[in-house]
Design a protein around this ligand. Structure first.
Ligand SMILES: [Zn+2]
Length: 437
């Protein structure tokens, strides 16, 4: 940077000094905030290793905002902490820390585009920072796991905004190998795969393998799984990288490629295709995907993580892919909504519904009717709000690269073969003769 500096006059120097001063102040402010966050006795939070901080809105991008806002000083805050137990709900937790339901609703409003507070799990931690004197809530932190936290920060008398902290951590691969005894599900669980991973594997091969008929006792399987670590400790996040199943007659393989999809050894996609839109016919986009949108009602910057399609109440809504219903909820702002998990990396959400015709845990197929559109929650008119998330990030449903292609594109084939070779070196050859045994 110094190399580009040229001799300057005094005024420019002054300007530069001011800018430097501003930068230092901002740095100190962020430092306090980070200190406040990590000085609370949360379990094993890692050193900050280039975290992705997704801010809503850009409260730190405008430096004057930072300077005029009261800096939260950790030493003068009163900290309350609650670890989520099974059966807990947000209202009861707020009651237990003596914070009003009005404040809770302000935080729930800030959470509208994230919906992180709708799925509090046992072990999650909520930390409330109150002003020492006024006892006003300054911020609330949601600790999901060591790699993922959300901070809801007060911005004025009536509102909060969230920042999401996502640490990349490091990923380590491990091989899990097993033999079929009983069902594939039981055998996979026995080698240490979890429910979710086992479901994903079965889903990956569902067009190729009939797990009831084609897989028998004595068949074997191998899975390369990578696990996320922060500071040498597991975060609980995992990803399946490769799977091979040796049945009596066939060998089935799946390799995860850089585009997030699974392919067999020949580069043919294993993912089931999605359909682009969750409805039939055409409806106008009343509000596009826009991470920096101003909310039409509150006028605050509030990311729009989906697309709104204006449509009459009662329009049939269909699942855009095969999957499992993971949420059926009624949110004060998002309205009645559904979330569907399609495999390890795809997730869709359908908000402001009128009537929901599926239940949590239910399996749905692409094109299956799941609801009637509506105008519930905080909404400016009848519409469907539709979201697609890939690996935990909302993407533009209109332009997202969702699995519709059937094979690796020609230009990527060499890179794919290279990845197959790498994963093959992790997958050990079967340890005993399978054919005819
Ligand atoms: Zn919307």
């Amino acid at each position: 940077m110094n190399a580009t500096w040229k001799p300057v006059n005094n005024q420019q120097k002054k300007k530069r000094r001011n800018r430097l001063l501003l930068f230092v102040i901002v740095l100190v402010a962020v430092g306090f905030w980070v200190y406040g966050f990590y000085s609370t006795p949360l379990p094993e939070v890692a050193e900050v290793e280039k975290p992705t901080v997704i801010k809503n809105p850009t409260e730190f991008s405008d430096q004057s905002t930072v300077l005029s806002a009261p800096l939260p000083k950790p030493s003068s805050n009163h900290i309350l902490k609650r670890t989520i137990q099974s059966g807990d709900n947000l209202s009861a937790i707020f009651e237990s820390v003596k914070i009003s339901q009005t404040i809770m609703l302000q935080i729930v409003a800030a959470d509208e585009s994230l919906l992180a507070l709708d799925i509090l799990k046992p072990g999650n931690i909520l930390t409330f920072s109150l002003d020492e004197k006024t006892r006003q809530l300054i911020n609330m932190e949601l600790f999901i796991d060591p790699a993922h936290q959300v901070v809801y920060q007060r911005v004025d008398e009536n509102s909060f905004e969230y920042s999401e902290i996502i640490l990349p951590g490091t990923w380590e691969s491990q091989l899990l190998a097993g033999e079929i005894e009983g069902s594939f599900y039981q055998s996979a669980i026995a080698v240490g795969l979890n429910d979710h991973e086992t479901g994903n594997i079965a889903y990956l091969f569902k067009n190729k393998v009939n797990f009831g008929r084609d897989i028998r006792a004595g068949d074997t399987f191998q899975v390369v799984r990578s696990l996320q670590l922060i500071d040498g400790k597991l975060t609980g996040q995992s990803s399946i990288e490769a799977v091979r199943i040796f049945s009596r007659k066939h060998q089935y393989s799946a390799f995860l490629f850089e585009d997030g999809n699974f392919y067999d050894e020949k580069g043919e996609s294993l993912a089931r295709a999605f359909q682009r839109f969750p409805f039939k016919g055409r409806f106008r986009i009343s509000s596009p995907f826009n991470p920096a949108r101003r909310h039409p009602i509150t006028k605050r910057i509030s990311p729009h993580k989906g697309v709104d399609f204006g449509m009459p109440v009662g329009t049939p809504i269909y699942s855009t892919g095969d999957g499992v219903i993971t949420r059926v909820k009624n949110h004060p702002y998002a309205g009645k909504y559904i979330e569907i998990r399609h495999d390890g990396r795809y997730l869709t959400r359908y908000l402001h519904l009128h009537r929901i015709t599926v239940k949590r845990g239910q399996k749905v197929k692409r094109g299956e009717r799941i609801a009637l559109s509506g105008n519930t929650g905080r909404s400016t008119g009848p519409h469907l709000h539709y979201e697609i998330h890939i690996k935990g990030r909302a993407v533009n449903p209109i332009t997202a690269k969702i699995p519709m292609a059937v094979s690796i594109p020609k230009g990527k084939y060499k890179a794919f073969k290279q990845r197959v070779t790498e994963l093959n070196s992790l997958l050990e050859p079967p340890q005993f003769d399978l054919v005819g045994s």
